[in-house]
Design a protein around this ligand. Structure first.
Ligand SMILES: [Ca+2]
Ligand SMILES: [Ca+2]
Ligand SMILES: [Ca+2]
Length: 289
């Protein structure tokens, strides 16, 4: 959870109000006015900046660009689910992206389901897609940082073809004390929300090969990559079986479901400060023509 979220939301809303209502309507959000009323501001809703951004295309980076399910999106600020499909905008190793949609810590709003409009994600060599939350390295902000302490809000990732049955990567927290939260990425196997990222489609587009190299310490773009050929794939997920696993590994998948980790693995030692993950977006390496 960002400390400054509410401040930024209120700032944006006030900016919107003080510069007249032109461009401030959000036709997709009937709850915008309700949220403003809840803040004591009254009046109409407004258009989030994410609504005015578009994901990059045309060079082999395929951004998930369609929201299938984000049931508690309000269309406002960090609760605008459009921020999860408008492209990836990292803010460097030491800052979290602000181009994000924040999940709820529990309930239906703790997951989001996205897809790539009209196509499926195909299996490719190496990692097949990358999930970007907005983690950042804690500590000294230069290359003397040991890069073993991340402010992270872990996510669990699953994929499927029917919105009912899902296969995942068997995420496992391996700290020797399973009841203590440690922000060292080496303990968070096959979660997302773990690896900071510098890829930003606007200010740091990188090359395609750099973007699909998630080793942020050694020149890659960062983010959390997943491979359908990983031996862990199919060892978790609601409704996963060997038939679905094989189908996805052979012919790809349509939907990705991204959930606040503790809502699936309830024993994880994730406190309230790390329980509202923020989704910048997802990219795939290959999709159907
Ligand atoms: Ca692969
Ligand atoms: Ca976050
Ligand atoms: Ca985004």
């Amino acid at each position: 959870m960002f400390k400054f979220k509410k401040v930024i939301q209120i700032y944006v809303i006030f900016t919107c109000f003080s510069s007249s209502f032109i461009g401030c309507e959000d036709p997709k959000s009937s709850s915008g006015a309700e949220a403003l009323l809840a803040l004591g501001l009254g009046g109409s809703g407004y258009l989030s900046s994410c609504d005015q951004r578009t994901p990059e295309s045309g060079r082999g980076i395929f951004v998930a660009d369609e929201i299938v399910s984000a049931p508690t999106s309000t269309g406002i600020g960090f609760k605008d689910s459009d921020c999860s499909i408008d492209g990836i905008r990292g803010a460097g190793k030491f800052n979290g992206s602000l181009d994000v949609y924040t999940l709820d810590a529990s309930g239906v709003g703790s997951s989001i389901i996205l897809r790539w409009s009209g196509v499926k994600v195909l299996p490719a060599s190496g990692i097949d897609f990358i999930v970007y939350e907005n983690p950042f390295f804690v500590g000294v902000q230069n290359n003397s940082n040991s890069f073993d302490n991340v402010f992270m809000e872990p996510l669990i990732v699953e994929v499927g073809n029917d919105l009912t049955n899902w296969c995942g990567w068997n995420p496992t927290y391996t700290n020797s004390d399973p009841n203590t939260f440690v922000g060292n990425p080496i303990y968070w196997n096959k979660f997302a929300g773990i690896t900071p990222f510098i890829y930003n489609q606007d200010s740091n587009p990188m090359t395609v090969s750099e973007v699909f190299d998630t080793d942020i310490i050694n020149g890659g773009g960062g983010g959390d990559g997943f491979d359908l050929a990983d031996p862990n794939f199919g060892n978790s997920g609601s409704g996963c079986n060997s038939t679905l696993k094989s189908e996805i590994q052979t012919n790809g998948f349509t939907y990705i479901k991204i959930s606040a980790a503790k809502t699936i693995l309830t024993s994880l030692p994730i406190d309230a400060a790390h329980a509202n993950p923020d989704i910048d977006g997802v990219i795939a390496k290959s999709v159907t023509p």
